[in-house]
Ligand binder design. Structure first.
Ligand SMILES: Cc1cc2nc3c(=O)[nH]c(=O)nc-3n(C[C@H](O)[C@H](O)[C@H](O)COP(=O)(O)O)c2cc1C
Length: 325
């Protein structure tokens, strides 16, 4: 019998490490509920860094204008394992991601994987007809650190920031703390229990109709009531003059900073028009596409004026570091 739900655990941490334990605890719950589960460790795969060529978005733009053109995908497609991993991911309706925190943020291995997703941006691929149906995949995010929140300040937020391009809807997030050595998380049974609860949340979300799905994590988590990130900063004018006194660094919602009556803690009070830059909303993300297009057009208009200077910089050489092997 085929399972109704398919869930993939993605670990960017050590084999037999804390992230692996957290994922196994959550996946076991999902398996018992009847989901088909898989667990991968990114260390086991060949993952090249994005070259930055933007060949993918250039192709997408060209196909949007001429649908007879064929999408060839990422330039690295046949050179490493990412294409096969993404193909598998796109067959799932639930994903659990665990990434160790290195220098306050998710490890470079996780980011290397996540930053390859521009070539697979689901909303773009659906728009140009390359992907027919959105699998509406939900995600649970786990950061794993040796310290507490003060040394993991960018961990969950950076994981969340990678969700827009990966086209995953986050329904829960959790920070494992004080778990520096392999297995340490088991000395905090309440943290393992919380990961099992994340498994339950993923199941609940997958069982809920897409349009009714929402946040299942701690309702008081974070400062932004929209995405629950803790990173809210004083806003600056955007490319088109839009400006808010405060903005969420993750989802982009704007408003003012206040104190929650319920918790007594700081909260972003989202303005009436505060969702116009909400990166979770397709329309708001489309505004960003307009920004990219305008920035490109402005550059192409000025390109001639910098031709000689650009050539001079290309020809400018400095000694580099030679590696002897
Ligand atoms: C290079 C490096 C940097 C680290 N930086 C942090 C950090 O900034 N904050 C933190 O809480 N833990 C930090 N740690 C500890 C790891 O997050 C911790 O060992 C974690 O359990 C690893 O997860 P894993 O067992 O799933 O591999 C660092 C570890 C390494 C190796």
């Amino acid at each position: 019998m085929t399972a109704r739900h398919k869930v993939m655990g993605i670990n960017a941490g050590m084999h037999n490490g804390n992230g692996e334990i957290a994922l196994k605890a959550a996946l076991k719950v999902l398996e018992e509920r009847g989901a088909e589960v898989k667990l991968i460790n990114l260390f086991d795969y060949d993952i090249l860094p994005c070259t930055g060529c933007e060949g993918c978005t250039m192709q997408m733009g060209a196909i949007a204008q001429d649908p007879s053109k064929e999408y060839k995908g990422c330039v690295l497609k046949d050179r490493d394992d990412v294409d096969q991993l993404v193909a598998e991911l796109h067959t799932c309706n639930g994903v659990l991601i665990a990434a160790p925190t290195y220098d306050l943020a998710p490890s470079s291995l996780y980011l290397r994987f996540a930053q390859r997703f521009l070539a697979y941006e689901l909303s773009f691929l659906i728009k140009i007809g390359v992907v027919k149906e959105n699998p509406h995949t939900v995600a649970g995010l786990i950061s794993v650190g040796g310290s507490m929140h003060d040394w993991q300040t960018l961990a969950l937020e950076t994981l969340q920031a990678s969700m827009f391009t990966m086209s995953l809807q986050v329904v829960d997030r959790y920070m494992i703390q004080r778990s520096a050595r392999p297995g340490s998380v088991l000395t905090f049974p309440e943290q393992v229990e919380r990961c099992k609860q994340m498994g339950e949340h993923i199941w609940e979300a997958m069982e809920t109709p897409v349009e009714e799905r929402g946040w299942l994590g701690d309702p008081d988590d974070g400062v932004c009531p929209n995405c629950h990130s803790s990173l809210v900063y004083p806003g600056d004018p955007h490319w088109d003059g839009i400006e808010f006194p405060y903005e969420c660094a993750v989802c982009g919602c704007g408003g003012s900073l206040g104190i929650s009556e319920r918790t007594g803690k700081p909260i972003l009070q989202i303005a009436e028009n505060g969702h116009i830059r909400d990166r979770f909303i397709d329309e708001a993300r489309a505004q960003h596409l307009n920004e990219i297009i305008r920035t490109r057009i402005e550059f192409f208009q000025k390109q001639d004026s910098i031709k000689d200077e650009y050539k001079a910089y290309r020809e400018m050489q400095f000694p580099t570091v030679e590696i002897t092997r």
